[in-house]
Design a protein around this ligand. Sequence first.
Ligand code: CS2
Length: 325
Amino acid sequence: MNQLTRRQFGATAGAIAAASIIPVRARAAEVLKFGHITDETNTWHLAAAEFARLVEEKTAGEVVVEVYPNSSIGTERELLEGIPLGVADLTISSDSMAQWVPSILLMSHLFTFRDADHVLAFMESPIAERIEAELTETARLRPITYFLRGPRYLTSSKPIETVDDVQGFKLRVPDVRMFIADWSAIGANPTPMAFAEVFGALQQGVVDGQENPYALISSAKFFEVQSHLNQTAHVRQAIYVVIGEDRFQSLEPAYQQAILEAATEAQAFEREQFLAAEAALEQQLKDAGMTFVETDVSGFKERVKETIPNEFPELQEDMAAIEAL
Ligand code: CS2
């Protein structure tokens, strides 16, 4: 049940209760708005809805979480910047928070993480712990859990076999400095843009391609406007669920506790859903007509080797520690 129906349900339940002797559902003491960028089929949304259900259950309906998918109350950036203003209270984000905590860009450098286990080792490392503390203190955005994501793949309307095929390629990227630096070093023409605008930009030929995990390629229907899925797997990362720290601190300790417990349980739920979905997505994208290309990524790797020493020397020490994980 998505949040709009949840609200409608609340209204209907209220009307029924008023007209009969059914006990009235506790009036919500707190309402939290959870906005995010994916559609209702994506596992992030399913997990956000499960989180909402758990919070409501744990607080006997006193805390209600309204989930708004599809960037409907803001793009990722608008949500992040809007949290202190009350536009939203929770969202799903990672490296887009680099404007407050630059070291989160460690998650975005191309080809840093070898595989999903390496990502998990990082997420549980002291470096990630430090980033999470900085996000809470500096960005006033408290990570309460993280969700899994698949590797990012480059989509296009022509096969990308080697790095030569992306020279001058107009590539939509999230507004993340590391993506811009890495793709510029590769020789592409990275264009930062909000996720909600990507489909239209691909359709109108404003950009030649984009890069994202299977789940977003599928749920945003990029297969309708891109014919090739190039198996670059160039970025692997997880993504945080964050709550505005000031809003969080304004809540009663029992509500805070319920939110943290619900987040942990929603993480387990997301993991199960994500792993099942990820296994089926490759075939679904093939069935939707995408041609899978075995890209030779060696030239891409070669070209991003100097990004950190040249442009982000302050990340070098942590990067070496991550490589050793
Ligand atoms: C998404 C985001 O916009 C996109 O392409 O994949 O989740 C992106 O990874 C964000 O920048 C994360 O903060």
